[in-house]
Design a protein around this ligand. Structure first.
Ligand SMILES: NC(=O)c1ccc[n+]([C@@H]2O[C@H](COP(=O)([O-])OP(=O)(O)OC[C@H]3O[C@@H](n4cnc5c(N)ncnc54)[C@H](OP(=O)(O)O)[C@@H]3O)[C@@H](O)[C@H]2O)c1
Length: 329
C-alpha cells in the first residue's frame, strides 16, 4: 500500500483514479472545495498559492505524487495563455522540484496533443513534438520543466474517457448525453485518437509508480479511431441509434484552438515496461457501460459539494450542440 497524493481530485482523471484505488492505496486527494464525504482523504489547497507545493509535501509525507491538476480545456487556454502557462507549465516544475528534494516519486500527466498530427505512423516517445495550441504548448513546457527539475520523474502523455463529476467533462459523456436524449451529435471524421478507459489509465499509472518508471511514456489506448467512429461505438454499446452521430470535419466544428488530426501514439514502450498488453476501446467501452448500469455516475456525483443526484439529472441534459467544443482536451 502506497501513500499517494493526487492533485486534481475533482477532475475527470483524478476523481476516477481516487475512487478506483482508495481501498488498495492510501490516497490523498487535493481539492479546491468541490468534494465532500469521499471514501479517500480530501486535502484542501490551491496550487496557484506559492506555498502549496512545499506545504503539501512536507506536511503530508506522501511516497508518491500523481499530478493530474491542469487547465485541460483546450479552448479556454486559448483565451487565458498566462493562466495556462502558470498552471500547466510552471506549477508542474515547482511540484516536481519539491518532490525531488523530498525523495518523493513524481508522476506528471501530459497530453497526446503535444504532436501536430502530421505523422502517418504512430508517434513514439522519441518523435519531436510540435504543439498547435496554447494548451499543447503549455503542456509540453510542463513536461520539460518536470523532467529538468526532477530527472527521476515520469511523464505520461494520455488520452482517456470516463464518467465525471459534472457529467459533461469527457467526449464519451458528450455522446452519451446527446444519444440518451435522442438528439443528434457531431463527430469529427478527420480527427483520430487512441482513447483509453479511465479505469485502465488509473491502473497503468499505479503500475508505473510500482515499477518506479521514469522518463516519458505514451499512456493511451492501443486502438486508433476517429471521433466520429468513437461516437458510433458508444451508440452501439448502449443500444442507441448510431445514425444520430453526424459525420463532420473538424473545420466545420468552429473550434477556437487548432486540433491535431492524427494523434495515433505508440504504446510499445509502456507495454514493454509494464510487461502487459494495453487495452483498446472495446473493453473500455464495456466497462464504461457497466459503470452506468451500476449507478457509478450517480454515486460519483453524490460526492459533489452542494449538488444532489436530482440536480445532476437536470444538468446532464443541459448539453448543447457545441458540447464537443467544451469537453476537455
Ligand atoms: N481529458 C482528457 O481526455 C485529457 C487528454 C489528454 C491529457 N489530459 C490531461 O490529463 C490531466 C487530467 O485531465 P482532466 O480531464 O481530469 O482535467 P479536469 O477534469 O479539467 O480536472 C482538472 C483538475 O485540476 C484541478 N485544478 C485546476 N486548477 C487548480 C488549482 N489552481 N489548484 C488545484 N487544483 C486545480 C481542478 O479542480 P477544480 O475542479 O476545483 O477546478 C480539477 O480537479 C490534465 O493534466 C490534462 O492536461 C486530459
Amino acid at each position: 500500500m502506497t501513500r499517494i497524493l493526487v492533485t486534481g481530485a475533482s477532475g475527470l482523471l483524478g476523481l476516477n483514479l481516487c475512487l478506483m484505488n482508495w481501498d488498495s492505496h492510501t490516497l490523498l486527494g487535493l481539492d479546491r472545495g468541490k468534494l465532500h464525504d469521499t471514501p479517500f482523504e480530501l486535502i484542501p489547497g490551491d496550487l496557484t498559492d506559492p506555498q502549496t507545493a512545499s506545504r503539501l509535501l512536507h506536511t503530508l509525507h506522501p511516497e508518491a505524487v500523481i499530478h493530474t491538476a491542469a487547465n485541460a480545456n483546450v479552448d479556454l487556454c486559448e483565451k487565458d495563455p498566462a493562466g495556462a502557462q502558470r498552471l500547466n507549465a510552471e506549477i508542474p516544475g515547482i511540484l516536481a522540484e519539491a518532490a525531488a528534494k523530498a525523495s518523493i516519486r513524481f508522476l506528471h500527466i501530459s497530453t497526446d496533443a503535444v504532436f501536430d498530427g502530421a505523422n502517418e505512423s504512430p508517434y513514439t516517445e522519441t518523435d519531436t513534438p510540435n504543439p498547435q495550441s496554447v494548451y499543447a504548448q503549455s503542456k509540453l513546457l510542463g513536461e520539460q520543466n518536470v523532467l529538468s527539475a526532477n530527472p527521476a520523474a515520469a511523464v505520461a502523455r494520455v488520452n482517456f474517457f470516463g464518467w465525471s463529476l459534472s457529467g459533461t467533462r469527457s467526449l464519451a459523456e458528450f455522446f452519451y448525453n446527446k444519444l440518451s436524449a435522442g438528439q443528434p451529435a457531431n463527430g469529427f471524421t478527420d480527427v483520430h485518437f487512441c482513447p483509453l478507459f479511465v479505469g485502465d489509465l488509473a491502473q497503468m499509472l499505479i503500475g508505473m509508480l510500482e515499477k518506479d518508471l521514469s522518463g516519458l511514456y505514451h499512456v493511451v489506448g492501443s486502438e486508433a479511431l476517429s471521433k466520429y467512429e468513437f461516437g458510433r461505438r458508444i451508440a452501439r454499446q448502449f443500444g442507441f441509434d448510431e445514425g444520430l452521430i453526424r459525420p463532420i470535419s473538424v473545420q466545420q466544428g468552429g473550434l477556437t484552438a487548432k486540433r491535431s488530426p492524427n494523434l495515433r501514439l505508440s504504446v510499445h514502450k509502456l507495454s514493454t515496461a509494464l510487461g502487459q498488453p494495453i487495452p483498446g476501446v472495446s473493453t473500455g467501452l464495456t466497462q464504461f457501460y457497466t459503470q452506468a448500469r451500476q449507478g457509478y455516475p450517480q454515486k460519483m456525483r453524490s460526492y459533489q459539494q452542494g449538488v444532489g443526484s436530482d440536480k445532476w439529472k437536470v444538468e446532464s441534459r443541459l448539453t448543447t450542440d457545441n458540447q464537443q467544443l467544451t469537453t476537455n482536451d
